[in-house]
Design a protein around this ligand. Structure first.
Ligand code: DHB
Ligand code: FE
Length: 311
């Protein structure tokens, strides 16, 4: 069938009516965006001859996505969150901003309100028999290479099952397990004592994995650790490192891996003196470089709905 109705006056009038384009009231920006999205959808249906059955399968999928509460999980999986990073990277390049630690996606599993300590934080509040001790340490510097004292380094990651506290389907973790924040010391240094994470996998019966499987993809991430880093006079950095050796490093369903953000792991001893659960431990050095405000403003802060737990 090669029915083409998109360009007809009837369809164009319908699109304009659907967003109340010429009418009073409503949000003009939203009208513009919805008009464009609807137009692209209608045109896709016309061009690809999408059948009514396929359209209703899509509508039902959106209902499942909402029921599962997974829109925020799907966004990285379909590359949307990575695409926003690519745009911010390009904007930085055009503005001549370079040299900072690369940004990469936040993902949907941050929780507001983790406890803040000075210099060092112990993130593993719950025991995890399958995870060995890990120390993550480094310095925060500004773009002149100077250490930034009093910067806040916030960190969150999964446990040995790939589950994040607050979102753990087994209910096994307490609030803020494997989450915390440190204020850097006078030398700009921070240190987290924690347990080695493993990679995350999408919920097995959820809408995200359903779509990924239908595309012939998987829904797994390599082992990784997330960071927010904030400091006076600097732009907030949202980043993560992926841990070297994980077979999914370059096969991350959320597209967060960056060459500069692959952390190498060293083997250490002396963990007992640090209060770790074993004397042999692993260490990751992760130094962070922040970029300055742009005309006094942080143009890379992202507002989005985030989970929060009362302290
Ligand atoms: C998703 C999960 C993560 O742990 C992450 O860092 C990014 C994305 C997700 O489920 O979409
Ligand atoms: Fe994650």
């Amino acid at each position: 069938m090669s029915i083409k109705v998109f360009e007809t006056k009837e369809v164009q009038d319908l699109l304009n009516a659907a967003v109340n384009r010429d009418g009073e009231g409503g949000n003009p920006r939203l009208k513009q965006i919805v008009h464009r999205l609807l137009s692209d959808l209608f045109k896709t249906i016309d061009d690809l001859d999408v059948t009514p059955d396929e359209v209703w399968a899509g509508v039902n999928y959106l209902n499942k996505l909402g029921r599962d509460g997974e829109a925020g999980l799907l966004a990285p999986g379909i590359g949307l969150e990575r695409f926003l990073d690519i745009r911010m990277d390009a904007a930085d390049k055009a503005a001549g901003i370079e040299g900072g630690t690369p940004r990469t996606i936040e993902g949907p599993l941050y929780v507001v309100g983790a406890p803040v300590t000075n210099g060092v934080a112990k993130l593993d509040k719950d025991p995890d028999a399958d995870a060995g001790p890990l120390v993550i340490r480094g310095a925060v510097r500004n773009s002149n290479g100077e250490p930034v004292a009093g910067a806040t380094v916030e960190c969150w990651h999964a446990n040995s099952k790939g589950f994040y506290s607050h979102f753990d389907p087994t209910g096994a973790q307490s609030d803020f397990n494997l989450r915390g924040a440190v204020k850097t010391d006078a030398n700009g240094r921070y240190e987290f004592h924690t347990l080695m994470p493993v990679g995350y996998g999408c919920p097995p019966h959820g809408a995200t994995l359903q779509l990924l499987h239908t595309l012939g993809r998987h829904g797994n991430r390599p082992a990784h650790v997330h960071f927010f880093v904030t400091a006076e006079g600097c732009r907030k950095l949202t980043t993560q490192f992926n841990i070297e050796g994980d077979p999914l490093i370059w096969d991350d369903f959320a597209y967060a891996t960056r060459e500069e953000l692959i952390a190498s792991v060293s083997e250490k001893t002396g963990g007992a003196a640090l209060g770790l659960k074993a004397d042999a431990y692993k260490e990751i050095e992760f130094d962070i470089v922040l970029t300055p405000l742009v005309q006094g403003k942080d143009n890379q802060v992202v507002q989005r709905l985030r989970a929060s737990v009362a302290a």
